[in-house]
Design a protein around this ligand. Structure first.
Ligand code: PMP
Length: 351
């Protein structure tokens, strides 16, 4: 039996060190997990109530179109309607469905380092991946992306803000990037962390996606909404992109629990935004502590901060953080912003 050669370089997902494993080594329990950019709070009460209400209906398949979820997303993104909304099993599926639409053979371009899932989706779908280095300030340089485009380029993925650096492009810069791309290149804006962006010049990409035939935004309920365990994400794009994305989507990929919890959470989005505001303030507190400890860090617009120090520093204080090595930053750590006590532990580790 021979398998596709392009799958050879892929390794199974290598999760961050599990807390149990590290706790066992350390001989104590209860390590704090700040490895995966999750929220430290559970779903909001509105989402919990929707789940409780849906539970007795678990014997039935969910709405295949996820109409109520799409309506809630459309209402939150002025100018869009349900026909502009994509849904998926996490934004991971939305990204995969979008990349399924482009012609091949071909290549997909993205800044590097960035979210490593793009590499495996590209390989899985038989697209070549080409990485365009970030600047020395860990920023995306739109001109570098544009000059890397070739006849073979089918899609550009911009993780904005970028994981793992937390750096971002303002909307005008994204618009200029879209303007500079050939019309047959799909620009995918991965905005998994958009709720945590404090810069007002960032927001509003959904309008760009609605006005362009080749721009799509992917977002998630896994971060600010605190629903990572249910696996649900969404996208905004032209009707044509949304229509094609629905053609390739696995039937029922968004389960009943995910649909009702996500829709309720989106309807109560001012609460979600308030929680994101807390994360933004805590991020400032953690960054200040890094500054005072004279550590080199990248100012972040995500719910995490990349800092030039070993994960062992935090682990000694009972906090697990993401090792920078597999993220393209050997010797660094990516620290998720947690709740007040968790962030106190992070700051205490520096002393
Ligand atoms: N995009 C980025 C940049 C991420 O960091 C993540 C999760 N770590 C995702 C997408 C995928 O998230 P999900 O599939 O849970 O929506």
């Amino acid at each position: 039996m021979r398998f596709r050669a392009e799958l050879e370089p892929l390794s199974p997902y290598n999760p961050p060190r599990a807390s149990q494993e590290a706790a066992a080594e350390r001989g104590t329990g209860g390590l704090v997990k700040l490895t995966s950019n999750e929220l430290s709070f559970g779903p909001i009460p509105e989402a919990e109530a929707a789940l409780a209400e849906a539970l007795p209906r678990a014997n039935r398949y969910p709405d295949r179109y996820a109409a109520a979820l799409r309506e809630a997303v459309a209402a939150a993104n002025p100018g869009s309607d349900v026909g502009n909304v994509l849904v998926g099993n996490g934004s991971s599926e939305v990204l995969q469905n979008l990349l399924m639409l482009v012609e091949r053979p071909g290549e997909v371009l993205f800044p590097w380092p960035t979210f490593t899932l793009y590499l495996s989706i590209a390989a899985t779908l038989g697209l070549r991946a080409r990485r365009v280095p970030l600047t020395e300030e860990h920023r995306v340089k739109p001109e570098a992306l544009l000059s890397a485009v070739t006849e073979e380029t089918r899609a550009v993925i911009l993780c904005n803000p970028n994981n793992p650096t937390g750096t971002h492009l303002a909307l005008e810069e994204v618009r200029a990037l879209a303007d500079g791309l050939p019309e047959n290149v799909l620009l995918i804006l991965d905005e998994a962390y958009q709720e945590f962006v404090a810069d007002p010049a960032y927001h509003g990409s959904h309008a760009l996606a609605l006005e362009r035939p080749n721009v799509a935004v992917a977002r998630t309920f896994s971060k600010a909404h605190g629903l990572a365990g249910f696996r649900v994400g969404y996208g905004i794009a032209s009707r044509r992109i949304a229509d094609y994305a629905e053609r390739v989507r696995f039937p029922f990929s968004v389960n009943l629990a995910a649909q009702v919890a996500a829709a309720a959470s989106m309807r109560a989005r001012e609460k979600i935004q308030a929680r994101a505001g807390f994360v933004i303030r805590e991020r400032e507190r953690v960054e200040r502590a890094f500054r005072e400890a004279k550590l080199n860090y990248v100012p972040s617009q995500g719910n995490f901060v990349l800092v030039e120090t070993s994960p062992a520093l935090f682990e000694r204080a009972g906090v697990l953080v993401r090792e920078g090595d597999p993220l393209g930053y050997p010797g660094w750590s990516r620290v998720t912003i947690g709740n007040t006590q968790e962030n106190d532990l992070v700051i205490g580790a520096l002393g």
